[in-house]
Design a protein around this ligand. Structure first.
Ligand code: ADP
Length: 742
């Protein structure tokens, strides 16, 4: 600032703004940018021409843009200041959160002309690690100093102008006195002349002449008066100009302080009388707007025991500025003592003689930032506690080297190391054996791509103590992000699945063994049946011959014995054929040999054959139209034998059994109904399994191997038909099967 070269208040703000640590953007009434400071341009990576000619607000995040524009429009309409946060794109095309304080901007005539926006990149502050934030605090302190200096020199100018004004006033006063004297003289002269005129008419002539002379004198005096008047006028004009300049300068200083988003106040004298304070600091004090009747001490008595009075007094005594960073200050707001955090400065103010007469107080409230930082630290602590207490093995690995930040006991035990040997070390340095097993690549992917990795029963070999063994892990590697979503580490969760895997392997092994035994049993049945078949065939032939030879015998025992022997041989033959079929089925050697035959005829034959040996039950065949099929007659016959003998086996004596059939479009459906014990629901679907038998007190004494229904089902399936059963326990059963027609 320079005295004889007046600078417009706007240029002055710009000059200050360019050195400010804060981003500043000046907007016109229509939200167009007219100016952006260096900090702003450094952030957006754009030029001042771009900001002012292109729409600057295109840099605002799409999601925040509408609200921002609405806020700007509303504030312009109401000509009021505003505060808003939004994400702003920086030169690297990243979005940062920015807090923007908009103060109204007036032109020289005091009309609304737009806004000065003071914007703060809060992302940086939030993210900066401790060291960085210290540095930033120092930089912002320096910039606050610059602002303070500007304010001080504005003050100096004000003082000089005041002095000039006083001199001009003095000159004005003198001129006025002179003018009054002249007037008095003139009046006196006029009075004297008039008296003389009255005294002597004789002297009228003389007097007249004298009057002329006096008149001339009067004219001269009048001229002098006019000159004096002119002098007076120009003096007045100068005074007006000075007054205007003074007003302008004061306006500049005030508006600078008012529009600054930083709290500013000026205290005068050792008693610290509040002479200047902007709304921002008034709000912080929280004591209402009437602060100018107070001293600092009377307004803020609660600071008495917080060292602040001493700091102020020290500055006033030594003339040396005082700066505090992230300082906790407890202030009574709404009648409650509450903690706040500030960066603040006390800067001495000197008059033109170089004597201290006051202190300027600037500051920035950083409560939110300090709180946010505390919160981040707290939530990190919480996470660590959760991990330490988790009932599964957990750890956090930080950075691209996966440094172990925290790991709970289960995890440390799992790794088989001492915790001191692991904490704060890169994972693969302490567990080199995990490196070769692909874990390094997996973790690098989680860290760099931010994708979760999950694996079940992943085999890993680790040195546990001294021995090296394979273990199985269920693992989840989850990206660990900071509050901007950037991956800064990995949260690893591991459960040991070794026991389950070993148990399952054992189970699989025993299942294998069971299957092997089953196969051996099948093989044995196959071989045994084959070996039994030959003697049974000759036995059967011998009995046939014997029956023919003894046809005419009258011995009732021989007759009966032969008939019984025949029945037993047929039963045994059926059984052995069943076993043989089973082993043929298993080895895939069962052959279906189809021929054309009349199905209803076969039903009759089989029913009769069973009836011959059964006297306890009656078998009815319900005859309808003839049905011809193309199928393996022997095998379909054995299905019928099975179903009919089961019907006899599983129903009490004296009951009847009925055989029926229905011809449908493309198939025939055969049913065998009995009035026997029936089948419970849970047995129904297992009935056709190999070796399945219902276990109950009733069936206990009925012999069987559980292969009849299994074989029957296989035979029907090979024909492309279906077999099923409808039954209720205690109410008899109906077995159905279908065969395709031709
Ligand atoms: P099994 O040689 O035991 O008769 P099957 O395979 O022919 O073998 O029959 C399997 C099981 O189905 C039998 O043990 C029996 O419990 C049940 N079962 C078969 N037919 C009937 C039926 N008509 N009534 C009640 N239960 C039956």
């Amino acid at each position: 600032m320079h005295h004889n070269k007046p600078v417009s208040s706007e240029e002055q703000v710009k000059a200050i703004a360019d050195t400010a640590p804060i981003m500043v953007l000046m907007l016109d009434k229509d939200s167009g940018a007219v100016y952006a400071n260096t900090a702003w341009l450094r952030f957006t990576g754009r030029t001042i021409e771009q900001e002012t000619s292109e729409q600057w607000f295109k840099g605002i995040h799409q999601a925040d843009l509408d609200l921002c524009l609405q806020t700007l429009k509303k504030a312009a309409f109401q000509q009021s200041s505003f505060k808003i946060s939004f994400r702003l794109k920086n030169g690297n095309h990243n979005y940062h959160w920015v807090v923007c304080n908009g103060a109204t901007r007036l032109n020289a005539t005091g009309e609304f002309d737009g806004f000065v926006c003071w914007c703060q990149d809060i992302d940086n502050v939030m993210l900066a690690n401790h060291q960085e934030s210290e540095q930033q605090a120092i930089v912002s302190g320096q910039n606050e100093d610059i602002l303070s200096k500007e304010l001080l020199s504005a003050n100096e100018e004000l003082l000089t102008t005041n002095e000039e004004l006083a001199t001009t006033n003095k000159a004005l006063h003198l001129t006025q006195l002179k003018l009054a004297n002249l007037n008095d003289e003139l009046e006196e002269k006029v009075r004297l002349r008039t008296t003389a005129l009255e005294e002597s008419e004789h002297e009228q002539q003389t007097l007249n002449e004298e009057l002329v002379a006096t008149n001339e004198e009067l004219a001269a005096t009048n001229e002098e008066l006019a000159t004096t008047n002119e002098e007076l006028l120009s003096s007045q004009r100068r005074l007006e100009k000075l007054l205007e300049e003074l007003k302008e300068s004061e306006h500049r200083t005030r508006s600078l302080i008012e529009s600054a988003p930083l709290p500013i106040a000026v205290y005068k004298g050792r008693e610290m009388k509040i002479v200047l304070a902007n709304q921002s600091i008034i709000d912080i004090w929280g004591k209402g707007n009437d602060v100018f009747s107070h001293t600092y001490h009377s307004l803020l008595p609660e600071l008495g025991n917080q060292a602040i009075y001493d700091q102020l007094d020290e500055v006033y005594t030594t003339g040396k500025a005082f700066h505090a960073r992230n300082q906790r200050v407890d202030i009574v707001v709404d009648n409650v003592l509450q903690p706040f955090y500030f960066n603040y400065s006390f800067v001495p103010i000197f008059d033109t003689k170089g004597e201290i007469y006051g202190i300027m107080n600037t500051g920035a409230e950083v409560t939110d930032l300090v709180r946010a930082k505390q919160q981040v630290e707290q939530s990190e602590k919480n996470l660590q506690n959760i991990i330490l207490q988790a009932p599964v093995a957990m750890c956090i690995l930080m950075g691209p080297k996966h440094t172990v930040m925290v790991a709970n006991d289960m995890m440390i035990e799992f790794w088989g190391k001492e915790s001191a040997a692991i904490l704060d070390k890169p994972l693969f340095e302490v567990l080199p054996e995990a490196r070769e097993q692909g874990l390094e690549q997996i973790m690098a992917d989680v860290f760099h791509r931010g994708e979760t990795f999950e694996a079940v029963e992943m085999p890993v070999s680790l040195y546990r103590g001294s021995q090296n063994g394979v273990i199985y892990q269920n693992v989840v590697y989850e990206p660990y992000c900071d509050n901007t979503g950037k991956v800064i580490g990995i949260i690893a969760i591991t459960t040991d699945a070794t026991e389950q895997v070993l148990a399952r392997q054992k189970l699989e092994q025993s299942l294998d063994e069971v299957q092997k035994l089953q196969r051996q049993k099948d093989d044995f049945i196959g071989i045994a049946s084959h070996e039994l078949k030959t003697p049974l065939t000759s036995l059967s032939a011998l009995i046939q011959v014997l029956t023919v030879k003894l046809r005419d015998t009258t011995d009732p025992f021989v007759n009966g014995a032969l008939a019984k022997a025949n029945i037993q041989i047929r039963k045994m033959t059926n059984l052995i054929n069943g076993f043989l079929n089973i082993s043929r089925l298993e080895s895939g050697k069962i052959h279906i040999e189809k021929q054309h035959f009349r199905l209803n005829q076969l039903l009759h034959e089989m029913a009769e054959e069973i009836q011959i040996t059964t006297h306890s039950h009656t078998i009815h065949v319900h005859d309808h139209e003839p049905v011809d099929v193309f199928a393996d007659k022997d095998k379909v016959g054995s299905v019928l034998t099975n179903l009919l003998s089961n019907a006899v086996k599983y129903s009490p004596k004296g009951k009847s059994i009925s055989v029926s059939y229905v011809k449908k479009d493309h198939y025939v459906e055969v049913s065998i109904h009995d009035e026997g014990m029936g089948i419970t629901e849970q047995d129904l679907d297992k009935l056709f399994d190999r070796y399945y038998r219902v276990e109950s007190s009733y069936t206990k004494n009925i012999s069987g191997f559980g292969i009849g229904l299994y074989l029957s089902a296989e035979i029907i399936k090979q024909h492309g038909g279906r077999i099923w059963v409808q039954s209720k326990s205690g109410e008899g059963s109906t077995f159905y099967f279908t065969l395709p027609l031709n």
